[in-house]
Design a binder for this molecule. Structure first.
Ligand SMILES: Nc1ncnc2c1ncn2[C@@H]1O[C@H](COP(=O)(O)OP(=O)(O)OP(=O)(O)O)[C@@H](O)[C@H]1O
Ligand SMILES: [Mg+2]
Length: 258
């Protein structure tokens, strides 16, 4: 498998999505590169989550193309994306609240057939716990208990930690993080941003949706701005000025000039 940094690993070409009269995505283009943290920003309702859901198989685009490793693909569900090494932490967490951390980290993997993940089907719980403990400490995610405590009884930040660790553990190509720090305190946010950075360094393309501009400035290599279902800017961190970014998100005319 090629993991050359900078290689475009996943692409959106003209993706469209309508909800009745609402145009959530009006023909979106996006190139996700290995080794890069991309911040995906825009006002509420700009279409960020819609774009990520299309690229991670959660919803079907009405039109347009998804290209993975240079080939046009169809994603029939999140499992299709996951089998391709495309992982997502959703804005609404999608954890199993009644199960413990270990169960959540491996949720659904027991039944995945074939490919890279097949050998994990025969892992015993002890081995899962061992690996999970390693992975969580490598990612800097701290949790009160890995076994025996339902994650539904943990704090919002701890649950977010589980969701991020789960996605990060399995992503080989792309990791989408939809507002992973929205509910977190300073320390936990910092840990999540570091996870994003480490995962990118391992050759994964990381896409971080956030409304928190200091987080964008801190972690992003590239910033893409969406507004009204369209991409209105795509720039490197070096080109980024916070005032211009805010103008683009809000849609001030002078911000659109360049
Ligand atoms: N399931 C749905 N049914 C109807 N309309 C939807 C649905 N999901 C999204 N929309 C609409 O599509 C538009 C884009 O929504 P989306 O969730 O992609 O925005 P967002 O950029 O993620 O916003 P936020 O920052 O608030 O999370 C919004 O106008 C939203 O109301
Ligand atoms: Mg959203």
């Amino acid at each position: 498998m090629s993991t050359a940094a900078g290689e475009v690993v996943l692409e959106a070409r003209g993706l469209r999505k309508h909800y009745g009269p609402v145009v959530a995505a009006a023909g979106m283009d996006l190139e996700i590169r290995r080794g890069e943290v991309m911040a995906l920003v825009g006002d509420n309702g700009a279409g960020k989550s819609t774009l990520v859901k299309m690229l991670s198989g959660a919803i079907r685009p009405d039109a347009g193309e998804i290209v993975h490793r240079g080939r046009a693909i169809q994603l029939h569900g999140p499992h299709d994306a996951r089998e391709r090494g495309i992982e997502t932490t959703y804005q609404d967490l999608a954890l199993a609240p009644n199960r413990d951390v270990i169960a959540n980290l491996y949720l659904g993997r027991e039944i995945v057939r074939g490919g890279l993940l097949k050998p994990l089907g025969i892992l015993d719980r002890r081995e899962m716990t061992r690996r999970a403990t390693d992975q969580l400490s490598r990612l800097g995610v701290r949790l009160p208990a890995l076994t025996g405590t339902p994650v539904g009884r943990m704090s919002g930040g701890q649950q977010q930690g589980v969701a991020v660790a789960r996605a990060a553990s399995w992503a080989t190509d792309v990791l989408f993080m939809d507002e992973p720090t929205a509910a977190l305190g300073v320390r936990q946010s910092e840990a999540v941003l570091q996870v994003a950075r480490r995962i990118a360094q391992s050759g994964v393309g990381v896409v971080l949706i956030t409304h928190i501009m200091p987080h964008v400035m801190e972690v992003a290599d590239r910033v893409v701005v969406l507004r009204h279902g369209r991409k209105v800017a795509d720039m490197t961190a070096a080109e980024l000025r916070q005032d211009r970014l805010i103008a683009l998100m809000a849609g001030y005319e002078e911000g659109e000039a360049a």
